[in-house]
Design a protein around this ligand. Structure first.
Ligand code: KG4
Ligand code: ZN
Length: 341
């Protein structure tokens, strides 16, 4: 089974040709046209500009993915596309392109939920069998998901306010580091002291949900107070202390949920899972608590279309196809793809 997958939910126009063969996924191509340079000027993603860039990029990116895969359109068994969640204008570009292509080729159109795609990135390089618990931490989401089966997901915890990646991006902006914030905070934190500031770790009672707005505000207040007092701030110390606070909460909560769910495997996914402190902490803590730990390589943590193709394979097996009236949704719960058909 060979699928062309398309991803345009935020600021990356991505296309990949993915094949499933004897239980293993072969990523024949994984092309990403990043818009980061364009949005950097504004300190974050400008939705209208993102949509326009997707329109300009989508055809060349798909052509490039097909060429790199050495594939012809007649080789494809399906076209898969991210239909939710994300920036609505951005999603619509990918969805409409995928619809037209699937209709023209006479192959099934497979709608993929972006977060389910992130989780399935774990199947690309690892053999990991559900059930397991997966932390999905990105710019738009911070969820702990119980993956009951390859196509059966249950959200156990989510953020009540900011996503972890959003907090990284905001703090990087306030520190004047640039966009996207995650990798820049990580770099800045290298020589910082994680104990310089004791930023709050928020564990709300009677829920496993996250809240990152408190730590974000605490960091911003610290920076503003120092500026008002005319004090020099040590950016590396702030970045290191903030990164440690967020990573502590993400690891601790995920392990607690995994213990409650009674699974013996934990996976991580999404852009924040590319963070080396998160990866180190998960591997140490999982070892300590006797969990197997899985993570995609860095290029499959941040947005890409290969993960969309992998998730699509499980829908293909169940013939969960969309028709040409498929819509896009800015927000959508995971695990209900079947209901949109
Ligand atoms: O999964 P992703 O590419 O897009 C969304 O679905 O949102 O995640 C992007 C987010 C951004 O907030 C970015 O700052 C964060 O992931 N990120 C990181 C790192 N690399 C990307 N956060 C922390 N450390 C990193 N190394
Ligand atoms: Zn994403």
């Amino acid at each position: 089974m060979k699928v062309l997958a398309i991803e345009t939910s935020c600021d990356e126009t991505a296309a990949a040709v993915v094949e499933q063969n004897n239980g293993r996924f072969i990523i024949h191509s994984n092309v990403i046209a990043s818009q980061i340079k364009i949005h950097q000027e504004f300190g974050g993603v400008v939705p209208e500009i993102a949509s326009r860039q997707h329109i300009e990029n989508i055809a060349p990116v798909v052509r490039c993915a097909m060429e790199e895969a050495n594939a012809s359109f007649s080789d494809l068994n399906a076209v898969a596309v991210t239909y939710a969640p994300g920036l609505i204008g951005a999603l619509l570009v990918g969805v409409n392109y995928a619809k037209a292509l699937a209709f023209t080729l006479g192959v099934p159109l497979i709608p993929v939920h972006h977060i389910e795609g992130h989780i399935c990135a774990n199947y690309i390089e690892n053999v990991v069998e559900p059930p397991f618990v997966c932390l999905v931490a990105s710019g738009g989401h911070s969820n702990i998901v119980l993956v009951r089966d390859y196509d059966l997901f249950e959200v156990i915890a989510k953020t009540r306010d900011d996503a972890a990646g959003e907090a990284f991006d905001k703090i990087a902006r306030v520190l004047g580091l640039g966009y996207p914030g995650g990798p820049l905070i990580e770099k800045c934190a290298t020589n910082g002291d994680v104990k310089a500031y004791n930023f709050p770790r928020v564990y709300m009672p009677n829920t496993e949900d996250f809240s990152f707005s408190g730590v974000k505000t605490a960091v911003i207040n610290t920076i503003h107070k120092a500026k008002q007092a005319g004090e020099e701030i040590n950016k590396a110390d702030i970045a290191a202390s903030f990164q440690q606070a967020v990573c502590d909460v993400l690891t601790e909560r995920t392990i607690k949920v995994a213990q409650k769910c009674g699974v013996d495997k934990i996976a991580i996914a999404g852009g924040v899972a590319a963070n080396s402190l998160i990866r180190k902490m998960f591997s140490e803590k999982c070892g300590l608590h006797k969990f197997e730990i899985y993570s995609p390589s860095l290029k499959f943590c941040t947005d890409n279309a290969a993960m969309i193709g992998v998730r699509a394979f499980y829908s293909f097996l169940k013939e969960e196809f969309a028709q040409t009236n498929l819509n896009s949704y800015a927000t959508r719960e995971i695990g209900i793809s079947g209901e949109i058909m």
